[in-house]
Design a protein around this ligand. Sequence first.
Ligand SMILES: Cc1ncc(COP(=O)(O)O)c(C=O)c1O
Length: 262
Amino acid sequence: VHVVPFNDLAAVAQLLEREDVALVLTEPAMTNNHGLIEPVPGFMSALRDATLRTGSLLALDETHTLVCGPGGLTRAWGLDSDFVIVGKSIAGGVPCGAYGMTDSLAEALEYDVTSAGFRYADRIATGGTLFGNPLSIVAARATLGRILTDDAYAHTAALGYRLAARLQESLAAAGVEWSVRQLFCRCALFFTPAPPLDAAQARRRDCPLLRRWQRLFFANRGVWDAIVGAGPTVAVPATADDVDQYADVFEQWIAQARALLM
Ligand SMILES: Cc1ncc(COP(=O)(O)O)c(C=O)c1O
């Protein structure tokens, strides 16, 4: 396994040129512990070209980014890949994951190896104890069919935009040169004027103590930031009032942070 910085096309292309890399796995935009790191323009398509040129497969992990819209960033940005992995939001909190792949990969996975003289034990096994379990499937059907509708995605994206705009206004009004990024319903705050391009940059420029203080400050004012550093994400039931409550507390926090730190 090689770990390559996100957005570093030269590094990934150099590895792929060896033509011994089976698969490249990436999120289309990095989420989770580093807030939100977007691909620089052209990165995802150049990555795809590099995998096609060198015979590697590309897997896009949309476990987090499925909240961006129906079809995740794959559909929103017209991305091409061999595998797409989804999870988390597809079953509204009930554990569930799913993956999709191209027809040719599905054929390879389902190929009856014994017909070609191989042993049954040589087949590619898929499945697991909870594979296709009824509770997860029913939850996913209900979530995808009734909750994560196009209207719901439009609603969360519009509120994500509202949230990011309010956070940016607070920073500008206070003269604090931090940055806010937004991707549909997701927002992220960085303590630098420009957002980071990869995880190492994000780690170097972050301040865990400041994040913990922010979380405590918010909790004491009725806002619970669920995951430190992941950034606020607008959920389907959230209203403009919820967004404004978050933004109001953020404004208070920025005023105190400015007074204390700058
Ligand atoms: C990007 C990404 N993919 C996959 C996973 C794995 O999800 P699970 O905990 O369901 O295995 C996570 C977990 O947070 C994740 O952040």
